[in-house]
Design a protein around this ligand. Structure first.
Ligand code: MN
Ligand code: MN
Length: 453
């Protein structure tokens, strides 16, 4: 028995076979990333994955049979996957895994279209925590829905096929940036300048707003929408890039939206591969990046409603069920970045390819707003992970008092369920193109699988 704690790199003891298993697993993950760049697309792709395995839609109020495989699609933006187990839920509760599938991006405003100096633009309102300068001069795709008064919904994806046009936000040339360079980043890069170039050809015979009218005519021909329909649309500008291996040894994956699809995918694969007798509720949540608000975020009572339905169906007191349940809030953690070493405290932060990270606490300024999981709960998980050979490490968002952040953990803990944050360490978190280590994605899958056993 080693009396000293040591963090280890997953590859340090990995056989050739294990390295191949990690690489192969991540091929599925890259497909998942490219197929779902928005919460709606990820939910749709996940529903297709689980339906193949026999999961059936569930309606609130329906009785849940032991052994049933069900899912509840929350408005196309959130998903609850339920494996109704045969184990005694009055004793074992429900194993809950929650990841979120919304990512930082630029949402279109409700009246987005305007023209200036012969260029047509779309106005945006950013969603989640972004560094605004990242979004200038990169190819952007537009994804989302336009809900029509008729009740019909038009799906739009422009910019993902190589033949598609993309959208673009300009930046000032360095030759003329002497003034800009003296400003702070937040002064120099303003949210109201995040406007997407959408067109440049004036409509024949028009003299006012001719380019804007030209754009609207094309949108009308292709999608049957008029300008007023933007009022009831959810259109998201996301990077028009695909997930790619990084490094000559392919140790990393760069992609848009690792936060938090990099936990959503392992959650789903762990759930689908498991033969557990436990009852498992696997959740893909929306709205985490803006505080888990709204009826598709984890502050919504829907999770309690579903747990109540399980309790009712099994004839168990719902309060007892919750008190016996356990949750992993599966969300990414910051990876130590040697280029910005002073932002981290090296001994406690997660390191890339050193396993899935566990954040006992998140929060800011003295753990404020944090769930801060119990030592006893972490000890239980330590034992389960050791038994399953999971490589895991501690995570801490960064140097104390430098900043901070939160997850959905506290909303689950609030309904009397033991909860801890676990997830993959990410480099350049919240950038349009984030970086993760493949070994950590695989260890997340192993950890979640061990948790639901
Ligand atoms: Mn996250
Ligand atoms: Mn985030």
């Amino acid at each position: 028995m080693d009396i000293m704690y040591k963090k280890k790199n997953v590859y340090a003891s990995a056989t050739a076979e294990e390295r191949k298993r990690i690489a192969d697993y991540c091929e599925g993950y890259k497909k998942f990333l490219d197929a779902g760049k928005t919460e709606r697309e990820t939910v749709a792709y996940s529903v297709a994955m689980i339906e193949k395995q026999g999961y059936k839609p569930y309606k609130l109020g329906d009785k849940i049979a032991k052994g049933a495989k069900l899912y509840y699609n929350n408005r196309g933006k959130g998903l609850f996957i339920l494996r109704a187990g045969t184990a005694d839920i009055a004793e074992n509760g429900v194993r809950i895994l929650v990841a979120h599938v919304d990512s930082p991006r630029l949402d279109l405003k409700q009246v987005p279209l305007f023209e200036k100096s012969d260029i047509a633009y779309l106005k945006t309102h950013y969603y989640g925590g972004i560094k605004k300068y990242h979004w200038h001069t990169i190819p952007l795709a537009l994804h989302g829905v336009v809900a029509l008064k008729s009740g019909k919904t038009v799906n739009i994806v422009i910019g993902e096929n190589d033949a598609d046009p993309v959208f673009y936000i300009t930046d000032l040339l360095p030759h003329l940036s002497q003034e800009l360079n003296t400003k702070t980043i937040s002064e120099g890069f303003q949210a109201e300048n995040l406007n997407l170039v959408i067109g440049g050809m004036p409509l024949d015979g028009e003299d006012k707003d001719a380019v804007k009218k030209g754009v609207m005519k094309l949108l009308n021909e292709k999608y049957g929408i008029v300008e007023e329909d933007f009022l009831s649309a959810e259109l998201e500008a996301v990077p028009a890039v695909k997930a790619r291996d990084v490094g000559i040894d392919r140790a990393f994956i760069a992609s848009y939206g690792h936060d938090d699809r990099v936990c959503a995918y392992p959650e789903i694969t762990a759930t689908l591969e498991s033969n557990t007798k436990q009852t498992v509720l696997t959740i893909l949540a929306d709205k985490e990046e803006i505080g888990s608000e709204g009826n598709t975020g984890m502050q919504c009572v829907l999770i309690s409603d579903l747990l109540d339905e399980i309790a009712k169906s099994y004839g168990v007191n719902p309060a007892v069920l919750r008190s016996k349940s356990a949750c992993i809030s599966a969300d990414v953690t910051a990876a130590y970045d040697p280029a910005f070493a002073s932002a981290f405290e090296e001994q406690n932060v997660g390191k890339v390819n050193c396993g899935v990270g566990m954040n006992k606490y998140t929060g800011a300024r003295g753990k404020s707003g944090s769930n801060d999981a119990s030592a006893e709960y972490i000890a239980r998980l330590r034992a389960a992970f050791e038994k399953a050979g999971v490589v895991w490490q501690t995570g801490e968002l960064g140097r104390v008092d430098l900043g901070g952040g939160g997850t959905v953990a506290k909303y689950i803990a609030k309904i009397n369920i033991d909860t801890v944050d676990m997830g993959v360490p990410v480099l350049s978190m919240h950038a349009p193109y984030e970086l993760v280590g493949k070994a950590d994605v695989y260890e997340a899958h192993k950890a979640f699988a061990a948790f639901i056993e």
